[in-house]
Ligand binder design. Sequence first.
Ligand SMILES: [Zn+2]
Length: 260
Amino acid sequence: MIRFFGLIRSYGGDDSHPTVTSFAHLFRLLTIYSPTDKIIHGNVKTDNESSLAVTAYVDALKSLRKSVIAKNKDSRELLEETLLSKLFCGEADQNVLQVVLHDHSYCLPSPLRSITYKLCGFVAFKEKSFSKCHSCVESLVDRNPSTSDMLFTKLKDCGRLTYPSLALVRLLCDDIEPVLDKKLITIDDPMLFVQSFLAELDNVNIVGIGCSVDHSSKLVVSIVFYYVTIRAWFFTKNKNKEDLRGRLAKKNKMKMAKTT
Ligand SMILES: [Zn+2]
């Protein structure tokens, strides 16, 4: 039984802790996929109607998968181009030192800024997925952090956390996060979130990071795209949790009202 559950879970990819619903989905998919795969790749080949039907079914699924991947790729490229046109990407910032001078260790950062800093650290940890250029990758990480924003991250650190560079913190904490936070809180229709966020970026003036102007634009777009995605994911997760708690509380209240 344990092996069976482990086997189903292993098909979930990165999501190795499926919910009841996603487990049921995986199980249903496997009950179709496994027999189909055996029929197609079996040691006996026939050209009867059933084999042709199954082959056509698999071909249709494959072409559907290819078209979806192509569509997603096009959408992503379009979104990245729009982001690029919205964000001003100049030369690598030379004014970071000024930020250091204004950053006094006795100033305690706000809780939101401390959490955002930690999230920036996670982005810095993923450094190699944004660029293959060694200098660009190095510009995202702070090897000797000394800013006051790092206090919360330092408390949580057991020796394995990555600290973001000041340029990355300024890009995400100071330029992107205020716009993003405002949009996430005030948005009514989630379907309009992307357009609304992109429109708001017209008022943001960003100085790029990285080793050169050529690398900077692509690096900034990749980082902003990734940051917005994970931020929106955490926001949705928390909102779903709150909604669930609210529904449960309402249900319990109704039960109590019935019993009394
Ligand atoms: Zn570079």
